[in-house]
Design a protein around this ligand. Structure first.
Ligand SMILES: NC(=O)c1ccc[n+]([C@@H]2O[C@H](COP(=O)([O-])OP(=O)(O)OC[C@H]3O[C@@H](n4cnc5c(N)ncnc54)[C@H](O)[C@@H]3O)[C@@H](O)[C@H]2O)c1
Length: 275
């Protein structure tokens, strides 16, 4: 053997939905785009915040990768269908679909209205179905495809504060992947979810500000670090490496799985006195 290895996603087209970050920095979708592009995939960075998706694309380009932005609102079925159709029209294929948007509403369940519930459910669950349904015929015709969902530890454990609609829909998102995986296994389309633990992304400073009592943002981050067995939250890169693995041929016999990436958090019985 001689020379450099070919990047493992060379020639593949990856669509990442939720490819920006709701605050400056490295969100999970952004890290996934950068990581898939690093391995040679052409990445379509889709988001309802085009400026945030553009930041992702600029970072990919700066790192020597290939990416483009596309606008989508996962709360609008037609917008999701049009996004997938655009990608397929433009590139003639779709190898990797990664659904990464996650909405929630912190606070006791009584403050979550039915309308909130539907919005969260549409984003975290219905959009997975709509996007997959649009992608499957092309993946089937290709004889291969990968669908990956960013799920959450909140879907398998109480996250430490009330987050009911988020928790319930993330649980369903993981099971969506499991059930769809069996249906699509004969077509060589693999479907998995990543159960992300407590991850240190820019988002937590925005969405979890009030979920950790009276603590300020630095104290909230410190509390999250301390509650993890490894003494730190995960990073967006930890999730992105799992996404890359699941998208790659190295995971060619892995489907229907929820890959837990949580630094051991869900394996523990943590007691406040011990934290
Ligand atoms: N940060 C954590 O601790 C953590 C833990 C477990 C799971 N997750 C999950 O990881 C994923 C990414 O989280 P993040 O922390 O990077 O958050 P983030 O909110 O910064 O990233 C999500 C992206 O989705 C986009 N988005 C929001 N609404 C949209 C819509 N209607 N249509 C299209 N795009 C939309 C946002 O603009 C943003 O770029 C989410 O699914 C989240 O639930 C995060």
């Amino acid at each position: 053997m001689s020379g450099m290895a070919t990047p493992e996603l060379s020639g593949r087209v990856a669509l990442v939905i939720g490819a920006g970050s709701i605050a400056p920095g490295i969100g999970i979708g952004r890290a996934i785009c950068l990581t898939l592009a690093r391995e040679g995939a052409h990445v379509v960075a889709a988001d309802n915040d085009l400026a945030a998706a553009q930041v992702t694309c600029d970072m990919v380009a700066e790192a020597g990768g290939s990416a483009e932005t596309s606008e989508v609102d996962v709360l609008d079925d037609a917008s999701v269908e049009a996004l997938v159709a655009r990608v397929i029209d433009r590139h003639g294929r779709l190898d990797i679909l990664h659904c990464n948007v996650g909405l929630g509403k912190s606070g006791p369940s009584e403050v979550t209205s039915a309308a909130d519930w539907r919005r969260i459910s549409d984003a975290n669950l219905t959009s997975l179905h709509v996007a997959s349904q649009a992608a499957i015929p092309t993946m089937r015709a290709q004889g291969a495809g990968v669908i990956t969902i960013t799920s959450s530890i909140a879907g398998i454990r109480y996250p430490g504060f009330p987050h009911l609609a988020y928790s319930a829909t993330k649980a369903a998102a993981s099971h969506f992947a499991t059930a769809l995986a069996v249906e699509l296994a004969p077509d060589n389309i693999r479907v998995n979810s990543i159960v992300a633990g407590l991850i240190d992304t820019p988002r937590i400073g925005v969405t979890l500000a009030k979920s950790y009592g009276d603590r300020d943002e630095a104290q909230m981050r410190a509390a999250r670090d301390a509650s993890c067995p490894m003494g730190r939250m995960g990073s967006a890169w930890d999730i992105a490496e799992a996404a890359l693995f699941l998208a790659s041929d190295r995971a060619g016999y892995i489907t229907g799985t929820s890959l837990v990436v949580d630094g051991g958090l869900s394996a523990t019985v943590r007691q406040p006195a011990a934290v």
